[in-house]
Design a protein around this ligand. Structure first.
Ligand SMILES: NC(=O)c1ccc[n+]([C@@H]2O[C@H](COP(=O)([O-])OP(=O)(O)OC[C@H]3O[C@@H](n4cnc5c(N)ncnc54)[C@H](O)[C@@H]3O)[C@@H](O)[C@H]2O)c1
Length: 323
């Protein structure tokens, strides 16, 4: 497909915390963008990050890095939102969510006010809920407001399978679907090495306790990954930074890559009024198409249960907003 829309490769990153600044660093080194604008309400932090990143200019491919303002949204190709509030002492999960929804809502309003043609990628958690709320707020076509979804979880899944089965991670095709969170679903039926389904590979390998044991352990490890890393070091930043680079690269280079981004569904998998991680074709315009994978009944049931949990929370927030 011809890239007729975008003359600049400008990426605005909103939120210069652990995730935003790590992604900016990876993006600067990649040569994918011509311009990065970093935005944060914490002026000291954003000044420091932009200065530190800019001192690397002699070592990156040519790029401009600056502190972003609202008018940077106007000509951005991609806007990545990693802004978020931290939980206060006695604050409930729903109150925190409400505060983050207000933050993302205000950012999205600023983007729309600039008549931006950008693709928005929401990263802030809970990413699926905030993606859906951001999408509803813009009334843009659904492929332009997406979330990072389970792209990171799928990378964790591939890493663990690679280690366990002794196969190069680049030859491991595997996807996690649904919520970027506890109700996620490891889509074993879509997972293979060289076209050999992993359960078949497992039967002939015989080097571990067996298929069911391995499945349960790997699924649980993927699901708990973020908790463990946050316990060790306070935040996750490197792998998510690279997952964002993968998504942004697919957009900027119009790759038509299949990635499990979070997309507001319009009937796919029998679902609507929810956004969650599903395999999707990502182009310069965002998500062009959701792929309806041939899931097993158990996997589909898991995906529907994940969607239902997200829908309940979305309703809770919408009810709270109306009060
Ligand atoms: N989706 C994923 O795969 C994934 C992975 C890791 C982290 N996350 C999420 O990403 C978010 C960021 O994580 P982090 O570790 O970088 O947090 P962080 O606290 O280090 O950074 C958040 C930044 O957002 C800024 N901010 C708050 N309100 C803002 C606003 N209105 N405008 C601009 N900036 C604003 C803060 O000043 C802060 O610098 C969190 O919600 C986290 O849960 C998502």
């Amino acid at each position: 497909m011809q890239n007729d829309l975008w003359t600049t490769r400008k990426v605005v990153i909103v939120g210069a915390g652990a995730v935003g600044s790590t992604f900016a660093y990876a993006l600067a080194q990649s040569g994918l963008a011509d311009e990065i604008a970093l935005v944060d309400v914490n002026q000291e932090l954003v000044k420091g990050e932009v200065l530190d990143l800019s001192h690397g200019l002699p070592y990156y491919p040519n790029i401009q890095i600056s502190i972003g303002k609202a008018d940077d949204y106007k000509d951005a190709h991609v806007i990545v939102i990693t802004a978020g509030a931290k939980q206060r002492g006695t604050e409930s999960r729903l109150d925190l969510l409400q505060r983050n929804a207000a933050i993302i809502g205000a950012i999205v309003d600023d983007i729309a006010a600039q008549k931006s043609k950008a693709i928005i990628i929401v990263v802030s958690n809970p990413v699926d809920i905030l993606t859906y709320l951001a999408f509803k707020r813009t009334s843009w076509e659904r492929g332009r407001v997406i979330g990072s979804g389970t792209v990171l979880d799928s990378a964790r899944f591939r890493y663990l399978l690679s280690n366990h089965c002794g196969v190069d991670v680049h030859n491991v095709h595997a996807y996690v679907l649904g919520e970027h969170g506890d109700s996620q679903v490891a889509a074993w039926s879509m997972s293979h090495f060289a076209g050999v389904p992993i359960n078949e590979f497992c039967k002939h390998c015989g080097s571990c306790g067996g298929w069911e044991e391995m499945q349960a352990e790997i699924e649980e490890t993927v699901r708990r990954s973020a908790y463990h890393i946050i316990e060790y070091k306070g935040a996750t930043n490197y792998a998510v930074g690279l997952a964002l680079l993968r998504i942004v690269g697919a957009i900027i280079r119009d790759e038509r890559s299949v990635l499990t981004v979070s997309v507001p569904l319009e009937g796919e998998y029998g679902l609507s009024e929810v956004s969650l991680g599903v395999p999707s074709i990502v182009t310069q315009y965002g998500v062009e198409r959701v792929i309806e994978a041939n899931l097993t009944p158990v996997e589909l049931e898991g995906l529907l249960a994940s969607a239902s949990l997200l829908q309940e929370t979305i309703k809770e927030i919408q009810c709270n907003e109306q009060r």
